[in-house]
Design a protein around this ligand. Structure first.
Ligand SMILES: *[C@@H]1O[C@H](CO)[C@@H](O)[C@H](O)[C@H]1NC(C)=O
Ligand SMILES: *[C@@H]1O[C@H](CO)[C@@H](O)[C@H](O)[C@H]1NC(C)=O
Ligand SMILES: *[C@@H]1O[C@H](CO)[C@@H](O)[C@H](O)[C@H]1NC(C)=O
Ligand SMILES: *[C@@H]1O[C@H](CO)[C@@H](O)[C@H](O)[C@H]1NC(C)=O
Ligand SMILES: *[C@@H]1O[C@H](CO)[C@@H](O)[C@H](O)[C@H]1NC(C)=O
Ligand SMILES: *[C@@H]1O[C@H](CO)[C@@H](O)[C@H](O)[C@H]1NC(C)=O
Ligand SMILES: *[C@@H]1O[C@H](CO)[C@@H](O)[C@H](O)[C@H]1NC(C)=O
Length: 858
């Protein structure tokens, strides 16, 4: 019955579509006349179902005030601004009225027959009507056979002595007397309600029993013989004594839910003078079948031993918002059926193994908003039916006490590193902690049976994990918002973090400072439907980044400047507001797509705006025209063609360059071979020479080995018949016993050219420098460039210029450098041979030789 009633009232109120109606009018079913300065009931159609007349000046309602409205279900006549008189049978023309609201009227005169003729009335609202106890004592509510709810709260009722006619109100379910001043309530007063079952009896904030001293012996049980589903005795200033005496006088009455919130039981923090509840306080409730006891918002400091001993049926105990700091041994003894224990917002600092003894059935323990810093290892392990543990907003630094349960809330603690213990869980919430290392994430992902993991607002930024196993991970939702995943990812670490999450459906990565998404980071997320990348710093999204089956994407508050609309084509919902779009023609495919797409776009269109150019800064993309860009499209295709051509040319060039650089040695060999075949060595056929030698090779004797292998063997005719040059060098051709200077002179003058191999050793060797000077001297006298300088090794210009002789030459002439890359040697030797054989007519012409290895010193 009560449920049906709820349903009916719900329909009447929830479904009232009054918002669209003009005020002071009627649409035939609903007549909306609130705030219309009415002094009388207005005329309305007889089809009216709801008549809303609050906030007017109607001062008189009598039997002729209303026309016959047989359809009327709801009459709202509260808050009239004048004192009101309600005459006899005032509502008799509304025979089907279900709800009569007269709340907040100054009812000056209420006729005892005022409510007669309302056989179907379900709910009567008379709150704040300045009514006195008379309204209960005389038979005002007689014959209201359907009345289920009577609201008499906030009147001036001092006594609940009920008229005998209440006995006949067989539908009565809920009576509210809250906010009256009812100092006592004894057995005789509620006698007419005996035998009834009420879903609600409200006595909140009535000063009941706390203002006057009560003779409990004579008062006896006011609720005798009644079944109360909810008895609200909150905010009555009850002490431990009053609570104890009250619970003992109602012995035997059934009260399923007892609300005693905002009590003054308990010593509070730092006081001793007021008692905490003890084992006698609730003892009287032993036979009352209390399922719910709400003691929240009080001053209980210590939960004493056996305090709830007699509450065998209790399923929910709410102790939130007290000052509980101590849990005595066996405090919960006897709560054999308790399922939910709420101790949130207390002053607990530590928990011991014995704290929750005596709670064999408890499934949910709420300990949020305490100061718990440490929990003994076995504290929760003996609670076999525990499934949910709420430890939010405490001061925990470890979770080693966590048993295997379904749901764990641990946000707002001080966790820095998790011990990698073994447990199973379905839901773990760890947001607002200080976790830094992704190793903890790898560990959590592998908690068996885990489906929901919330790690928002941590400091996840380092990665030392090398887990490779990606078994069949069960996770379905992962929240990683407000961390710093950019840091490990930019260092190339932990890119496998989402590996194996084949069942993941929802992933939050917003606010992670992300500049990029590692390639393939989402490749295993085949089930992902929702992804949040909001508030990062992404500038582009590459085509294969997003998971294939994604439906909902939040990429708002990034720095996307010209996204490719194809990326979003398969989505159903997209938030792309607050990005940094560059409003040039490149953006026109995106603009066109936005205009046409079926994808639901979240956020206001005004928030999809240009960031550049400055002239369009802040302009909504929807207000842009792409017309001018269409003309460019023809040009675009031309440009594209050009682009392709350029690309091909460039590619060819690049390839040839690469070939030239990488394989220039081999190329040169090929070239030589072909040349040989074609010209049969014509180039090398020499006219008879006046010189005995083609070249005098001058080098330090310490470089002989090298010079022989690198040069002489490849050039000198005596080393190999393939060679063509007749060379002279000290080790072989100088006449032994002869003056060294004479030998040098003879060599310089007897050779077409002098080749100096200037190395570090050369510069240290006085004879070499002498030969150099000599050859240089011949240059000057012959006006011919007969000196060829080859610098060998890493000699700097500075080192070369230290020697006057060398300096004099280098200032005017070019020199050769021995190639660093071995593949260049063949080419170099060829070039050198060319130099040696070249007949110099004029000195200056030698300067025009352009070699790759040539360096000019100015
Ligand atoms: C009611 O009266 C007040 C003051 O006289 C006036 O401002 C207001 O517009 C009136 N409302 C209607 C609906 O007539
Ligand atoms: C009802 O009240 C109106 C004034 O609001 C008055 O004119 C009328 O006579 C009253 N009718 C009865 C039956 O009292
Ligand atoms: C009321 O409580 C006081 C103190 O606990 C106790 O001495 C007294 O017997 C109680 N009276 C009744 C009727 O329970
Ligand atoms: C515990 O009580 C507080 C305050 O009344 C409430 O906010 C919280 O939801 C309750 N917890 C449970 C599990 O009911
Ligand atoms: C992976 O786990 C799901 C259930 O979470 C199960 O249906 C599926 O068979 C498992 N696959 C493998 C390969 O173990
Ligand atoms: C939008 O939906 C309509 C009808 O469902 C369809 O005909 C149209 O092609 C869709 N447009 C796009 C851009 O997907
Ligand atoms: C958006 O579409 C409407 C019609 O569907 C068209 O008139 C308008 O020009 C379009 N705007 C842009 C910017 O494409």
């Amino acid at each position: 019955m009560a449920d049906q009633l709820d349903l009916l009232l719900g329909v009447i109120f929830v479904a009232s579509p009054m918002l669209g109606m003009p005020p002071c009018s009627s649409d035939g079913q609903i007549a909306l006349f609130r705030l219309c300065n009415l002094t009388q009931i207005p005329w309305v159609l007889h089809t009216t179902e709801r008549l809303l007349l609050s906030f007017n000046y109607i001062s008189m309602v009598n039997a002729t005030s209303f026309p016959l409205l047989e359809q009327l279900m709801l009459l709202e006549l509260g808050t009239q601004y004048t004192p009101m008189t309600i005459d006899r049978e005032a509502f008799r023309n509304l025979p089907n009225l279900r709800i009569l609201d007269l709340g907040q009227n100054k009812i000056k005169v209420l006729n005892p027959d005022a409510f007669q003729g309302l056989p179907h009335l379900l709910e009567l609202r008379l709150f704040s009507c300045e009514l006195s106890s008379v309204v209960l004592r005389d038979g005002y509510f007689r014959n209201l056979n359907s009345l289920a709810r009577l609201d008499l709260s906030a009147n001036q009722i001092y006594s609940l002595r009920l008229h005998s006619s209440f006995q006949e109100l067989n539908s009565l379910k809920a009576i509210d007397f809250s906010f009256n001043e009812i100092f006592t309530l004894c057995e005789e007063e509620l006698k007419p309600l005996e035998g009834k079952t009420l879903s609600f009896f409200g006595l909140k904030s009535t000063s009941l029993f706390s203002r006057v001293s009560v003779d409990w012996e004579t008062c006896r049980n006011p609720f005798r013989g009644m079944w109360l589903e909810t008895l609200d005795l909150s905010s009555n200033g009850w002490t431990v004594t009053i609570t104890g005496n009250f619970s003992s006088i109602i012995w035997g009455s059934q009260v399923s839910s007892l609300f005693l919130t905002h009590h003054i039981m308990g010593s509070g923090f730092g006081f001793q003078n007021i008692k905490d509840p003890d084992q006698n306080t609730f003892a009287g409730l032993a036979t009352s079948s209390v399922y719910v006891l709400d003691l929240s918002h009080g001053y209980i400091f210590s939960l004493n031993s056996y305090v709830f001993k007699t509450l065998k049926d209790l399923k929910l105990l709410n102790l939130a918002y007290n000052k509980i700091n101590k849990i005595a041994d066996n405090a919960f003894y006897g709560l054999d059926k308790l399922q939910v224990l709420n101790m949130s917002s207390n002053l607990l600092g530590e928990l011991y193994n014995s704290n929750f003894y005596g709670l064999p059935r408890v499934g949910y323990i709420d300990l949020q908003k305490n100061h718990i810093g440490i929990i003994q290892y076995q504290t929760f392990r003996s609670l076999k039916e525990l499934h949910t543990l709420d430890l939010r907003d405490n001061a925990l630094k470890t979770i080693n006490f966590i048993p295997s349960i379904l749901t764990v809330f641990l946000s707002g603690n001080k966790l820095v590193r998790l011990p990698h213990i073994h447990f199973t869980a379905n839901f773990i919430q760890l947001s607002e902690n200080r976790l830094e290392n992704l190793a903890d994430l790898y560990f959590l992902l592998r908690v068996p049976q885990l489906q929901f993991l919330i790690l928002n607002q941590n400091r996840l930024s380092s990665c030392e994990a090398i887990y490779t196993s990606s078994e069949n991970l069960s996770l379905e939702q992962l929240f990683l918002a407000e961390n710093m995943l950019q840091l490990p990812w930019e260092n190339g670490l932990c890119w496998d973090i989402f590996k194996g999450l084949f069942h993941l459906q929802v992933l939050y990565l917003n606010s992670n400072f992300l500049h990029f998404l590692p390639p393939g980071i989402f490749s295993d997320l085949v089930s992902l439907r929702k992804l949040s990348l909001g508030a990062n710093r992404l500038t582009t999204l590459s085509p294969d980044t997003l998971p294939a089956n994604l439906e909902i994407l939040d990429i708002s508050r990034n720095q996307l400047f010209s996204p490719d609309p194809w990326l979003f084509a398969s989505l159903s919902v997209l938030d792309i507001t607050h990005n940094e779009f560059i409003c040039q023609c490149e953006l026109s495919p995106f603009i066109t797509w936005l205009n046409q797409t079926n994808v639901t776009l979240l956020g206001s269109p005004a928030n999809i705006y240009c960031m550049y150019p400055d002239s369009l800064l802040g302009t909504s993309i929807y207000s842009l025209s792409t017309k001018d860009c269409d003309e460019e499209e023809a040009l675009q295709s031309l440009k594209f063609l050009l682009f392709i051509l350029c690309t091909i040319t460039l590619a060819l060039l690049l390839i040839s360059t690469i070939v030239a650089i990488k394989f220039r040695g081999s190329c040169f060999l090929c070239y030589k071979t072909i040349q040989k075949l074609m010209f049969k060595d014509k180039v090398w056929s020499l006219e008879p020479s006046a010189y005995r030698y083609d070249a005098y090779f001058c080098f330090s004797s310490k470089d002989f080995e090298w010079a022989q292998n690198a040069l002489l063997k490849h050039l000198d005719v005596q080393y190999s018949s393939h060679n063509r040059l007749r060379l002279c060098f000290e080790e072989r051709d100088f006449i032994p016993g002869e003056n060294h200077i004479s030998n040098i002179q003879a060599a310089v003058w007897g050779s077409r050219k002098t080749v100096c191999l200037v190395s570090r050793q050369f510069l240290k060797d006085g004879w070499c420098l002498e030969a150099f000077r000599y050859a240089h001297g011949r240059c000057l006298s012959d006006l011919k460039n007969v000196l060829i300088v080859v610098v060998v090794g890493s000699l700097s210009q500075y080192q070369l210029m230290k020697h006057e002789t060398v300096k004099g030459f280098l200032q005017k002439q070019q020199y050769l450098r021995w190639p660093e890359d071995p593949q260049d040697i063949g080419w170099f030797l060829n070039k050198l041979s060319g130099h040696i054989l070249k007949e110099e007519k004029e000195k200056k012409r030698s300067n025009t030789i352009q070699l790759q290895t040539l360096t000019t010193i100015s």
